[in-house]
Design a binder for this molecule. Structure first.
Ligand SMILES: Cc1cc2nc3c(=O)[nH]c(=O)nc-3n(C[C@H](O)[C@H](O)[C@H](O)COP(=O)(O)OP(=O)(O)OC[C@H]3O[C@@H](n4cnc5c(N)ncnc54)[C@H](O)[C@@H]3O)c2cc1C
Length: 329
C-alpha cells in the first residue's frame, strides 16, 4: 500500500510565496511524520515555474506538483474550485491543508461542497487519533478550545489559521517537481474578471509591508490617527486599522487588518489602542514581532504580544516618536 499523502495547496501572490503557506509546510510535515506519509505541495496558477522551484527548496517538502492554467490567475473562485477539486481527485490525499486566507476560505468551502467532504476551518494544531486527523481550534473568542476528529470523510480537509505554526525555511535539498493536468470545465468559468483595482494602504501597501503601525478605538476619534501616521512615518511603516475604527468611518476598509480585512505578517506589528479581538488577531498573529500599547493590562492583545506597554497611548506614542526621531537625527 502506498504511504498516505498530506497535500498543501501553496498560495502565492505578486510572484512570491505567501508566508502563510510556509506555515502550512511546517504543519503538513508534522502531520505527514505522524502517519509516516509523504508531503506534497500543489502550486496552481499561470506562469508559476519559479514559485514551484521555490517550494521545492523549502525544508520538509517531499514533492511539488504544478498546475498551470490561464484561468487560474488572477484568482477567481470558479476555476480554483475546479482545479483544487481535480488535484484532490488525482492525488487522493489523506489530508488537505489550505491557508485560512481570504482566498483559501473561499475556495476551500466550495471544494468541500463539490466533493462532499467535511471541512474544519481555522485549525490551530493538528494531531492523529485512531488513524484519523484531529483539528484543534479555538471558538467563542478563544474562550473554548475544541478538538474535531474526521470520521468517514476522506481526505480530511482543514484550513489552518495564520500564525498557528512557525514558517519553514529554505534548504539545499530540492524536492522533485511534476506537472499535473487539470480540466477546467464550463461551469467553473461562468463568471470572469473584467476589472481589478487594488487599494493599498501607505506607500508600500499593507500586505507587503515589513512594518505596520495599526490604530484602534483607543485613539478616540479619527483625527487622532495622525499620531499613528506620524509613528508609522518615523518607522517607515504602513498604517493599518482595527475593524472598530473602520466601522466608525475613521479609516478606509482597505486599511483593515483581521478576519474581514487583510491578513498580514510583517516583521514588526505595532498595535496602538487595539484590544485584540479574535477577528483582529486572526489577521496579524503571524507577525514576527508584535508590540502592543494599551492602558488595560488585561487586554487580550498582550497575550500574543512580544512586547507590551501598559499606559496611555497619548503619552506613550508622542514619547516614542520623540525618542525614535532623536535616535535617527
Ligand atoms: C463578523 C465580524 C468581523 C469582524 N472583522 C474584524 C476585522 O477584520 N478586524 C478587526 O479588527 N475587527 C473585526 N471585527 C470587530 C472586532 O470584533 C472588534 O470589535 C474590533 O477588533 C475591536 O477594535 P478595537 O480593538 O480598535 O476596539 P476596542 O475593542 O474597543 O479596543 C480599544 C482598546 O483601546 C484601549 N484604549 C482606550 N483608550 C486608550 C488609551 N488612551 N491608551 C491606550 N489604550 C487605550 C482599550 O483598553 C481597549 O483595549 C469583526 C467583528 C465581526 C462581528
Amino acid at each position: 500500500m502506498s504511504s498516505p499523502i498530506v497535500l498543501v495547496i501553496g498560495e502565492h501572490r505578486n510572484d512570491r510565496i505567501r508566508p502563510a503557506s510556509l506555515e502550512l509546510v511546517t504543519a503538513a510535515r508534522e502531520l505527514a511524520n505522524l502517519v509516516d506519509g509523504e508531503f506534497v505541495v500543489a502550486v496552481a496558477g499561470s506562469d508559476i515555474g519559479h514559485i514551484a522551484s521555490e517550494f521545492a527548496n523549502v525544508e520538509g517538502v517531499d514533492r511539488v506538483v504544478v498546475i498551470e492554467h490561464p484561468s487560474l490567475a488572477p484568482f477567481l473562485p470558479g476555476p480554483w474550485t475546479g482545479a483544487v477539486s481535480s488535484i484532490i481527485l488525482q492525488i487522493e490525499p489523506f489530508a488537505v491543508l489550505i491557508p485560512s486566507s481570504i482566498t483559501g476560505r473561499d475556495y476551500a468551502a466550495r471544494v468541500a461542497a463539490r466533493l462532499d467532504l467535511a471541512l474544519v476551518p481555522d485549525a490551530l494544531t493538528l494531531s492523529i487519533d485512531e488513524g484519523q486527523v484531529v483539528a484543534h481550534r479555538a471558538v467563542l473568542g478563544g474562550r473554548v478550545q475544541t478538538a474535531v476528529r474526521f470520521v468517514a470523510s476522506s481526505p480530511a480537509m482543514v484550513t489552518v489559521a495564520p500564525g498557528a505554526y512557525s514558517r519553514s525555511v529554505t534548504c539545499e535539498h530540492a524536492a522533485p517537481i511534476e506537472s499535473l493536468r487539470i480540466a477546467v470545465n464550463d461551469r467553473d468559468t461562468r463568471a470572469t474578471l473584467v476589472d481589478k483595482t487594488e487599494h493599498t494602504a501607505g506607500a508600500k501597501g499593507l500586505t507587503g509591508a515589513n512594518r505596520i503601525v495599526s490604530g484602534g478605538r483607543g485613539l478616540g476619534k479619527a483625527e487622532n490617527f495622525a499620531l499613528v501616521e506620524e509613528l508609522a512615518a518615523v518607522l517607515d511603516a504602513a498604517v493599518g486599522a482595527s475593524g472598530a475604527t473602520v466601522g466608525a468611518g475613521w479609516r478606509a476598509h482597505s486599511d483593515q487588518v483581521g478576519s474581514t480585512g487583510h491578513t498580514v505578517s510583517p516583521k514588526l506589528y505595532l498595535a496602538v489602542g487595539i484590544s485584540g479581538a479574535p477577528q483582529h488577531l486572526v489577521g496579524m498573529s503571524g507577525s514576527d514581532h508584535i508590540v502592543a500599547i494599551n492602558r488595560d493590562p488585561d487586554a487580550p492583545i498582550f497575550k500574543i504580544a512580544s512586547f507590551g506597554i501598559v499606559g496611555d497611548l497619548f503619552e506613550i506614542v508622542p514619547a516614542l516618536i520623540g525618542q525614535l526621531k532623536s535616535t535617527v537625527d
